[in-house]
Design a protein around this ligand. Structure first.
Ligand SMILES: [Zn+2]
Length: 356
């Protein structure tokens, strides 16, 4: 089945983890053996060949660059200009992947249709470029609101104003507080340019404020449910309801700490916590029960978001194992039409509407 994954940090992996994502997964992991600078060394589950193997022909791929003020303990750049430059390197990598025939940017309806035609022409996927919709996770790198149009011109189609902590335009996970005038200005410019608002990572205050001040298209690229794992990073039922009312699609994430309660980073193990792909279906099902249908959830795995096998379902060896999800959904009683919607149809409906 054709799969769309609405959240991967491919360029971050290429440039900060120094992973050549064109290579086979085994080779990428072999090269990392013995390294300890990142928590997920030698545990990668995402490469371009694995995406093809899993028939994951379209992804939302991020740029990411945080600004940190003095005293902010999170990793990040000391000026917005440095963060911008980091994201420009990331764009350069995506463009290099396009030049190499490894990826192709999808940024409007014709490019979307052309790409879907290629992936559904019945020939093997091994040689096909992986399509990507360019997104920005955390808007700190947008030096001034004017930079947004420059970003739109190289293909940016979705922005999550916040990531972790205090942001320049919005407050993110583990922070509290509002977006304020600068955030509103960003939202207005996103609306003018028809850029999708990614509500993921907005803290509760900023989340409600963003929905109030933005009348464009809203999705949540990678988010699970607070009712199942109680943390501010997750959505309350009320937030899920509000997103559904806005026609949003919510991507189910495969980061173990967001799937099972009580996960302790670096200590817990997927087997020990009984974290498997069934748990993902629990979160998906929770959203479907609130919606009363299967139209508002999709895949948004985040499987290369600074974690790998040590912190994802134990029955997933590579991202290609997303092909196991349809059977799990079927066991829960979902129809074939529901399953197709959740694996790709909901994102496609959203994109057709948003890119029109
Ligand atoms: Zn994230």
């Amino acid at each position: 089945m054709f799969v769309i994954d609405a959240h991967l940090d491919l360029s971050m992996n290429a440039l900060e983890w120094n992973r050549d994502l064109t290579r086979p997964l085994v080779e990428v992991n072999q090269r990392e053996e013995g390294l300890t600078d990142k928590p997920d060394r030698a545990n990668a589950v995402v490469t371009l060949p694995e995406l093809r193997k899993g028939n994951i022909g379209l992804v939302v791929a991020t740029q990411i660059g945080r600004y940190v003020a003095p005293g902010n303990p999170l990793p990040g750049w000391h000026s917005p200009e440095q963060a911008w430059a980091q994201t420009q390197g990331q764009v350069a990598w995506y463009k290099a992947m396009e030049d190499a025939g490894e990826m192709v940017q999808v940024n409007d309806l014709p490019s979307l249709d052309k790409h879907l035609e290629l992936w559904n022409d019945g020939t093997p996927s091994e040689k096909k470029p992986v399509g990507y919709i360019l997104s920005l996770e955390g808007a700190d790198s947008i030096v001034t609101v004017k930079h947004l149009e420059r970003a739109y011109n190289y293909g940016l189609r979705a922005v999550g104003p916040a990531h972790y902590g205090h942001g320049r335009y919005a407050q993110g996970t583990d922070a509290t507080g509002y977006m304020g005038p600068k955030g509103h200005e960003l939202l207005r410019e996103m609306e003018r340019l028809n850029i999708i608002l990614d509500a993921t990572h907005l803290c509760d205050d900023s989340f409600w404020e963003a929905l109030d001040h933005f009348s464009g298209h809203v999705w949540a690229s990678h988010n699970n449910c607070r009712a199942l794992v109680n943390h501010n990073r997750q959505y309350s039922d009320e937030m899920i309801k509000a997103l559904i009312d806005r026609g949003a699609v919510i991507g189910a994430a495969l980061d173990a700490w967001m799937m099972v309660p009580g996960w302790v980073r670096g200590v817990s193990t997927p087997k020990g916590m009984n974290c498997n792909m069934e748990v993902m279906v629990d979160h998906i099902d929770h959203i479907c029960q609130i919606a009363g249908n299967a139209l508002h959830v999709g895949m948004g795995t985040d499987l290369d978001g600074a974690f790998g096998r040590e912190q994802c379902p134990y029955d997933l060896e590579t991202i290609a194992d997303l092909q196991k999800v349809p059977d799990l959904l079927k066991k829960r009683g979902y129809t074939d039409a529901d399953i197709q919607n959740m694996m790709h149809g909901n994102w496609l409906r959203f994109l057709r509407n948003a890119l029109a």
